[in-house]
Write a protein that binds this ligand. Structure first.
Ligand code: SF4
Ligand code: SF4
Ligand code: SF4
Length: 184
């Protein structure tokens, strides 16, 4: 036989269920909102703040960083003696590996006309170390810079690099402004 319950007990049970439903509903709303916010936002580097410290290469959760070198062609001086391509103080200006800034051979140099050369980045080889960008910003026009590539980035809830970035350069931006480009 079922035990009868008092009106007071009945109201207590209803209250508990109603509160539980409200919590589930509120937390469901919060989770949906968080997921929507995450989908609407992406991590980006503010090019005006980045100091090319090297942490973008080492601190991304991916084995090869989602941060890549970007080349702003409109800014580039097409220099023969490119500060992003050659190491500083090279003795012989030739393309031997020991003279080049990029440790992975990701920068491709192409002759245009005397004395201009075009530089492009092979994204598959780039590890986001920023060495080239540091050289370009020190000795050139600053057309090389670093950016988080959306197609590669896991859009972590909290970007691991943002926690260690000494310049506070990594920030969440709305999807419709996703790429913070230098020449935009
Ligand atoms: S961690 Fe910050 S300062 Fe260092 S390379 Fe990345 S964005 Fe630039
Ligand atoms: S020097 Fe570093 S950031 Fe620049 S292209 Fe090479 S791997 Fe990429
Ligand atoms: S959000 Fe994650 S995957 Fe994207 S750059 Fe930051 S650490 Fe790397």
């Amino acid at each position: 036989m079922n035990n009868p319950i008092s009106r007071k007990q009945f109201l207590q049970i209803c209250g508990t269920v109603a509160t539980g439903t409200a919590i589930v509903s509120v937390s469901g709303f919060s989770v949906r909102r968080m997921m929507r916010d995450e989908a609407d936002h992406f991590w980006q580097i503010d090019p005006s703040k980045c100091t090319f410290c090297g942490r973008c290469e080492t601190d991304c959760v991916l084995s090869v960083s989602a941060v890549k070198c970007i080349h702003a062609n409109k800014v580039c001086g097409y220099c023969d003696l490119c500060g992003g391509y050659y190491r500083a103080n090279v003795k012989d200006l030739n393309t031997a590996a020991e003279n080049l800034m990029c440790p992975t051979g990701a920068i491709v140099r192409k002759y245009i006309e005397d004395p201009y050369f075009e530089y492009t980045i092979d994204e598959n080889l780039c590890n986001g170390c920023g060495k080239c960008a540091k050289g370009c910003n020190s000795f050139g026009n600053g057309s090389l810079y670093l950016q988080v590539k959306q197609e590669l980035c896991k859009n972590c809830n909290e970007c691991k690099i943002s926690k260690v970035c000494p310049a506070g350069a990594i920030q969440r931006v709305p999807a419709n402004k996703a790429y913070m480009l230098k020449d935009a």
